[in-house]
Design a protein around this ligand. Structure first.
Ligand code: SF4
Length: 329
């Protein structure tokens, strides 16, 4: 469904500037922005994807991945089409790189009803990039909050500060993809800039009522050097050493043919990241992925795939030593 965009400026000659994300696309009559979902008509900017859903499922919250947000629960997850980035290794390229992929319209009321019927803890905006779906995810977040549902965003973090601050009022959890700590990687392979993503992470980390987790897809030869992970984890630790950090295995996809990430590489980088951060996890690999108390080493949450069991965790504290653990439950 088409709906007038919330963030844009009118320029001359019928053109407008979209001010939703740092691309700040200038869009002429009938043309599209970089994300392929916003167009100008009669001097106004419209989103073409309001309520347009390409994928919908009940997922374990751990699949987002969120390991510190209501562990062991399920969440109604929805996604649309298009993306503000053009990652050449995109793992969901069939919907993100194809704004014409078939969708069905779901009103915010319908999604809230579905979430309540299915005993979901809330709504997750995921699969493709939710921030370019802004008008819809905003309306839906307001309604979901009114019904006691949580709002979870799985995103590339590419958004301008004004719309971000407005959305954060209704957000409960974020997993932000920090694809690299190298601006050249963002420029050449992703089609964006690193600094605005850091700014998004910085801003979310200031909100104590929002769980922030961060993920990096590790691609051999591109973003897997010790030096890069060192700088990246320094940045996260400067915000809080308690930010859960996921190192995910890459598999060849879309335009990328680099070999899959060796597990040994991920394990090595995990050890490196653990020098700065208290909670580091591996993703897209088999085996346990437990949470331990950073103070006394007690097992707090046992995970194996989507099997999840809280062990020594009660009311956000380690039962063994009383340390505060950043887990919403
Ligand atoms: S949201 Fe889309 S149209 Fe708007 S600035 Fe970003 S890429 Fe361009």
């Amino acid at each position: 469904m088409k709906k007038e965009a919330t963030y844009y400026e009118v320029l001359n000659n019928g053109r407008v500037r979209c001010t939703l994300c740092p691309h700040n696309c200038v869009i002429g009559e009938g043309k599209l922005g970089i994300c392929g979902t916003r167009t100008t008509e009669s001097g106004k900017l419209y989103t073409k994807i309001y309520g347009e859903v390409s994928a919908l499922a009940m997922d374990p919250i751990e699949k987002k991945p969120l390991y510190h947000f209501y562990p062991g629960t399920s969440i109604l997850s929805i996604g649309t089409v298009g993306c503000s980035f053009k990652c050449q290794f995109c793992q969901n390229y069939h919907i993100s790189m194809n704004p014409d992929y078939p969708t069905d319209y779901y009103s915010p009321e319908t999604i809230v009803e579905m979430a309540l019927e299915r005993n979901s803890i809330g709504v997750a905006y995921t699969y493709s990039e939710p921030l370019i779906w802004y008008e819809y995810i905003y309306d839906l977040s307001v309604l979901a909050r009114e019904h006691g549902l949580k709002n979870v965003f799985v995103t590339n973090g590419y958004i301008n500060q004004e719309p971000l601050l407005e959305l954060l009022k209704y957000a409960d959890a974020f997993n932000v993809d920090l694809k690299s700590f190298n601006n050249e990687f963002y420029r050449k392979i992703v089609g964006g800039k690193l600094e605005p993503v850091k700014e998004t992470i910085r801003e979310i980390s200031r909100w104590e009522n929002i769980m922030l987790e961060v993920t990096t897809l590790i691609i051999p030869g591109y973003n897997d050097s010790d030096e890069e992970i060192d700088r990246l984890t320094d940045f996260l630790a400067s915000l809080s050493p308690d930010i859960p950090y996921h190192l995910s295995a890459y598999f060849p996809m879309y335009k990328f043919t680099a070999p899959p990430t060796p597990v040994e590489k991920l394990e090595h980088l995990k050890k490196l990241a653990e020098k700065k951060l208290n909670y580091v996890y591996l993703g897209n690999v088999s085996g346990p992925s437990n949470t331990y108390c950073p103070r006394c080493g007690a097992l707090l949450i046992e995970r194996y795939g989507y099997f999840v069991k809280k062990v020594n965790l009660k009311d956000g504290k380690c039962v063994k030593c009383g340390a505060s653990i950043p887990v919403f439950e």
